[in-house]
Design a protein around this ligand. Structure first.
Ligand code: EPU
Length: 292
């Protein structure tokens, strides 16, 4: 523990990570570190940099598959109050990266501030949602993000603002190690109408996705102008099973798990889908989920 001497209260060595991901799969991290302040986070990142330790930032684990072997180096989880706070000022929402996206949607709608309703039902932290420009057929988060505050691997803090900040389908041009927070520009409107939209988006998801299972959302990005789910479906792969991993009958871009499933099963099924779609449609599917 010499690397993290003095930080014992926020560091766990050889820490099982399965409970930190929605899949509930995967091995341990060499270190799991949960800083409670920005200064502590800076300290941790500098020590990692000085010791050549790789660092990964864990959000809500809802778009993540952790390998059975686990993760070498350091996993950082931003869960202290400093990383979860948010404040409204007029139509601007200033929010720290660890805040829960669904809670923010609720709070915004209550105030009659719109812009986030299309993200109803997407589990995750604001940081994670920004990192992958979370969204779906009803919109994405990038539309209302104005600035993003980031920290680099040496602990220096920067801000990136539009138009330099560019969101695209499931991506944003942020390369810094950590997203610390953001400002979002919301739009005043009718809270009742917004609530109606939130409900409609939820119902659509509930009707089309296997929400009552262990999964990590869509496995693959949609190729331009096409639906990965529809392709996997057309390839006849629904219900295909490897070990404890199964392609959902409800939405073919979801892999669900049954008891005894290993991360390796999910990975093997991902490969099988990729291969089959390549053979049948000559299209290379790109993963949407993170694999550690
Ligand atoms: N479809 C099929 N079979 C399937 C699945 C879909 O034929 O098994 C067809 C549907 O009938 C529909 C079309 O494919 O005509 C598109 O399906 P859907 O409306 O479910 O949207 P999607 O493109 O598959 C996207 C996002 C989802 C998001 C939904 C709804 C991607 C990769 N997926 O799915 O996001 O929830 O729109 O907004 O962009 C995620 O990112 O994890 C995710 C689940």
């Amino acid at each position: 523990m010499t690397i993290f001497a003095g930080l014992e209260s926020i560091v766990k060595q050889n820490c099982p990570l399965a409970d930190y991901s929605w899949y509930r799969l995967g091995g341990p991290a060499d270190w799991l570190v949960c800083p409670t302040t920005i200064e502590q986070l800076q300290d941790v990142l500098r020590r990692c940099s000085d010791n050549n330790l790789g660092v990964r930032i864990l959000g809500n684990g809802s778009n993540l598959l952790i390998s059975d072997e686990g993760v070498r180096g350091v996993v950082v989880k931003l869960e202290g109050e400093a990383f979860r706070q948010f404040a409204f000022e007029g139509t601007m929402l200033t929010v720290a990266a660890g805040a829960d996206l669904q809670r923010l949607i609720q709070e915004s709608v209550k105030k009659g501030l719109g812009g986030l309703e299309s993200l109803a039902g997407i589990p995750g932290t604001i940081g994670g949602a920004i990192k992958m420009n979370a969204g779906g057929r009803f919109g994405d988060i990038g539309t209302c993000v104005q600035t993003v505050q980031v920290m680099d691997a040496q602990g220096a803090i920067f801000e990136k603002a539009k138009p330099e900040l560019v969101f695209d389908y499931r991506q944003v041009n942020i390369t810094a190690k950590v997203i610390l927070g953001a400002t979002l520009h919301l739009i005043e409107g009718d809270a009742e109408e917004m609530l109606k939209t939130v409900k409609e988006v939820w119902i659509y998801k509930k009707n089309t996705q296997p929400l009552d299972t262990r999964n990590a959302g869509c496995i693959f990005k949609n190729p331009r102008g096409m639906s990965a789910g529809a392709m996997i479906d057309r390839a006849g792969l629904k219900g295909t099973k490897i070990g404890g991993a199964v392609i959902s009958e409800k939405h073919a871009n979801f892999i669900t798990t049954v008891k005894g499933c290993k991360s390796a099963d999910v990975m093997a099924l991902i490969e099988k889908i990729r291969q089959t779609v390549r053979d049948q449609f000559d299209i290379e599917l790109e993963q949407e989920i993170e694999i550690w």
